[in-house]
Write a protein that binds this ligand. Structure first.
Ligand code: PGA
Length: 229
């Protein structure tokens, strides 16, 4: 279960989220569920330290990563800069693809950089073409590659959800698996307590949750519901 906080929370709110989440985990540790928080970059060190101190079974991911490894690139954050804090990195989230005009080719190059730095990339896609272009790069390791399917129209805006039709998600996953059978798939886009159950029969490895991850109780309860179903 990935919590994509996007551009939300102050550092104090981030720490408070983790403390509250820890209480839920202590009440009932969902042992075989992997929780991954994707906070804004500046919170990675402090959250990493808190996780270590409390021996929490939670990992971190960056929300994006640069396609350069070092040099004169103002504002860029490279894979090797975050590698001691993160296990995963989102790559090619549609909000990044749009605002920073990132091409499929650059997404693939970044995936390769991440894999070289021992960070597991979570490649966000909204169509099959993006998957086809990803694997055109022969250096991308496909085995166990995590791909997050996020239909553009289903990503929530201003707290408004627009969940995708589960049948369409299933169709996409089946077609995507034909293109890259060694990959694992997660789903994201308006995942919330009302629609979550409708995706649980789809062969998915997990979920990338935005808006509904901002509240630790809602996020935790999604995972608890999945386990109980
Ligand atoms: P959402 O965001 O759950 O708020 O739709 C998901 C995402 O964009 O990762």
């Amino acid at each position: 279960m990935f919590a994509n906080w996007k551009c939300n929370k102050t550092v104090d709110q981030a720490i408070a989220w983790l403390e509250e989440f820890e209480c839920f985990l202590k009440t009932r540790s969902l042992t075989d569920v992997e929780f991954v928080i994707c906070p804004p970059f500046p919170y990675l060190p402090v959250l990493s330290a808190s996780i270590e101190k409390s021996c929490l079974d939670v990992s971190l991911a960056s929300q994006t990563i640069s396609d350069v490894s070092s040099g004169s690139f103002t504002g860029e954050v490279s894979a090797e800069m975050v590698t001691s804090w993160v296990k995963y990195s989102l790559i090619g989230h549609s909000e990044q693809r749009m605002s920073r005009k990132i091409t499929d080719e650059k997404v693939a190059d970044t995936v390769v950089l991440c894999q070289k730095s021992n960070i597991s990339p979570v490649v966000c896609v909204s169509n099959l073409e993006q998957i086809k272009n990803l694997i055109k790069n022969s250096l991308v390791k496909r085995d166990g590659l995590l791909i997050a399917f996020e239909p553009l129209e289903s990503i929530s805006h201003d707290g408004n959800f627009n969940p995708a039709d589960p049948d369409k998600v299933l169709d996409f996953i089946n077609l995507a698996k034909e293109i890259v059978p060694d990959a694992e798939f997660i789903y994201g886009g308006s995942v919330n307590p009302d629609c979550f159950g409708s995706y649980l029969d789809i062969p998915l490895k997990g979920f990338l949750v935005g808006q509904s991850s901002l509240d630790p109780e809602i996020f935790y309860n999604l995972a608890a519901y999945a386990k109980d179903t």
